[in-house]
Design a protein around this ligand. Structure first.
Ligand SMILES: *[C@@H]1O[C@H](CO)[C@@H](O)[C@H](O)[C@H]1NC(C)=O
Ligand SMILES: *[C@@H]1O[C@H](CO)[C@@H](O)[C@H](O)[C@H]1NC(C)=O
Ligand SMILES: *[C@@H]1O[C@H](CO)[C@@H](O)[C@H](O)[C@H]1NC(C)=O
Length: 592
């Protein structure tokens, strides 16, 4: 693919996360950004140990966040009026938003967490809030740290930038030969050298989730956020964290998950399909079936190909932990590369990580390819084969094979899809400059790689991105997550998240703070006689002002919620008169 996209030629649609929300985020981010600057001033390298130190500093920062929460209670209330979740819900299909709407299967109910006061029972009291657009401009109280509006420098490549030396590749720190071009294994691409000269731009770290997530969720988000801030600092650009999900699952996000989305400023990205329209699926699976085939969870991430409001995006599985500076991956991808790494059990491609400069036509090509080919265990996708693997590899029938074929193979069906999508012309001339390369998985996507094939120069601290093992390593040669890092980080294993910031609800006659009330389970299932175990009373220590009226659990059980006393909730399972064993969390507004 040729025809260079103009430098800085990103199409500039801003993410729909509302500005007001960013004010809140930036107040929070200010602390971490400060830490990053300090890290630099001390001349520390961005190696693994540096990141580890930074994480402990972030842990200390939690204290400050608690203080910040207090500040937010008194300052800048309207900032919280437009959380990303709030924005999201305004964009969601507008059915059944009234509190009296009955039994819609996916009704999200009231949303105290996001201050959608006009949707609440006491809506009448919030006279000063119109359309959730409550005057974010007339803030009169001074804010701490005076966050600037979120603007970034435009994307630029300095062609004369000095070449990077002493890169991980040049120092032979990794596997160096575990990369392939779609047919042969060979040397890896030097992503750090490629990254030289890039400044400005918009970038995204992308996660995907199919189904209603449980809790905890996105347990390595802190380490991702540290990278996002590092990249913003290094480029002067803007970096988003994005979670793509099917719309129906976004609607059912639980209270803790929503608080997380809000507090971390995550951009929720609704996707229209999880497998490309009219695409092949195995005969033991059918659309809508929750398990049995890894296609939906893998192929949904194809949507990242089309996110061309960003100069580069990088996708990661949720079990990936960032242990060192990996920002070169995004800077390099923005120059017009598709980057990935091979897999730890002999697969030529691991679908848990890829980066690219997105283009809508790439997504279209993926749809055409998906819609026109089938998979067989003998010949792979579109009869393009499995090389350099000798035969069907792990995940070949899902994303690992699909992506590897589409981006690394030059067979007929791939070419046809590229031409049809306008990426190539019929003579093979490319309209889009995009090169597919592979980078060293020991460094950029470590997956049970032990000592990286016996490389004496390799040790755990050269890993930038750690994927597997997720559990404590069962032998000394294996590198673990930071909390298991021998010789590395020595602090307490970090708790995954901050508790949600208590956010004030504006315009209530009685002020209350949003809270996630854990109603727990009611797993009393072997008693067929009354009392019915589909109803549970839950007593809390605070006074309940109001709560969402309907909620779904991660296993898709549906519940109706009523306040049945000053501090009592009654939770009733409504999809079946039955017990439930997955914890239910209810979003409420409470008073102490
Ligand atoms: C198959 O590919 C052609 C272009 O070659 C495209 O027009 C068509 O929509 C594709 N079919 C499906 C079902 O995607
Ligand atoms: C790990 O490797 C790096 C880079 O080669 C080196 O600087 C560091 O001292 C090594 N650490 C240990 C604990 O061997
Ligand atoms: C829940 O509490 C209400 C009173 O508020 C009571 O009438 C009802 O029987 C209780 N239900 C259960 C299942 O304990």
């Amino acid at each position: 693919m040729v025809a260079k996209k103009k430098a800085g030629g990103q199409t500039g649609k801003s993410s729909f996360v509302k500005q007001g929300f960013f004010v809140a985020l930036l107040v929070g981010a200010g602390f971490s950004a400060g830490l990053l600057f300090q890290g630099k001033a001390r001349g520390a390298s961005h190696g693994g140990s540096d990141m580890i130190r930074r994480f402990s500093e972030e842990a200390a920062m939690r204290e400050e966040r608690a203080t910040l929460a207090q500040l937010q209670n008194t300052v800048a209330q309207e900032v919280l009026d437009k959380s990303s979740v709030g924005a999201l819900l305004q964009e969601a299909p507008a059915s059944e938003t009234g509190p009296e709407a009955e039994g819609g299967p996916a009704e999200t109910g009231d949303l105290p967490m996001t201050s959608q006061t006009d949707q609440m029972d006491q809506a009448g009291t919030s006279a000063d809030v119109t359309n959730g657009d409550g005057g974010a401009a007339d803030v009169t109280t001074p804010r701490p740290a005076g966050p600037a509006p979120r603007t970034g420098k435009p994307f630029q490549v300095d062609q004369d930038a000095p070449r990077r030396s002493a890169t991980a590749l040049q120092m032979h720190l990794g596997c160096t030969n575990c990369c392939n071009d779609g047919s042969e294994n060979g040397p890896c691409f030097d992503v750090e050298e490629c990254a030289a000269g890039v400044s400005g731009g918009r970038y995204a770290f992308v996660y995907a989730h199919v189904g209603v997530p449980g809790w905890p969720w996105l347990t390595f988000l802190d380490s991702m956020r540290a990278q996002a801030l590092l990249l913003e600092e290094a480029t002067g650009g803007i970096v988003d964290i994005v979670v793509m999900m099917p719309a129906s699952d976004i609607k059912d996000l639980g209270c803790h998950q929503r608080a997380l989305v809000h507090n971390y400023g995550i951009r929720m990205y609704e996707v229209p399909w999880t497998i490309p329209p009219n695409s092949w699926y195995p005969d033991y699976w059918w659309p809508g079936k929750a398990d049995g085939w890894c296609g939906p969870q893998d192929l949904m991430r194809l949507h990242a190909l089309g996110m061309d409001e960003y100069n580069a995006v990088v996708f990661y599985d949720q079990d990936v932990e960032f242990q060192g500076d990996m920002t070169a991956v995004l800077k390099c991808a923005a120059k017009g590369y598709f980057l990935s790494a091979s897999g730890g059990v002999g697969e030529p491609f691991n679908v848990g990580f890829f980066a690219l400069r997105p283009d809508k036509r790439l997504l279209r090509a993926a749809e055409y390819f998906g819609g026109n080919v089938t998979f067989t265990v003998e010949t792979g996708w579109g009869k393009c084969g499995f090389r350099p693997s000798g035969n069907k590899f792990v995940g070949a029938e899902c994303g690992q094979g699909f992506f590897h074929t589409l981006f690394y193979k030059k067979c007929k069906p791939v070419q046809k899809a590229l031409v049809a999508a306008g990426l190539h012309d019929a003579s093979g001339k490319a309209h889009l400059h995009l090169e597919s390369e592979m980078i060293d998985r020991c460094i950029w996507n470590y997956q049970n790689d032990g000592d990286c094939g016996g490389n004496p120069r390799f040790n755990c601290s050269v890993i930038r991105v750690h994927h597997k093992p997720t559990a404590k390593p069962d032998n000394d040669r294996l590198c673990g997550k930071l909390k298991h890092h021998h010789g590395g980080w020595s602090g307490e294993p970090r708790a995954p998240f901050l508790p949600p910031l208590p956010a004030p609800v504006q315009g209530q006659s009685t002020s209350c703070i949003p809270a996630c009330v854990d109603a727990g389970n009611n797993c009393i299932c072997n008693n067929p006689v009354p009392p019915a175990h589909h109803i549970k009373n839950v007593t809390v220590s605070q006074k309940l002002v109001h709560c969402q009226t309907q909620v779904k659990s991660p296993s898709n059980d549906r519940f109706e919620v009523k306040i049945s006393g000053p501090s009592q909730l009654t939770v009733t399972r409504v999809d079946a008169p039955s017990c439930w064993c997955d914890a239910v969390t209810v979003e409420c507004c409470v008073q102490n």
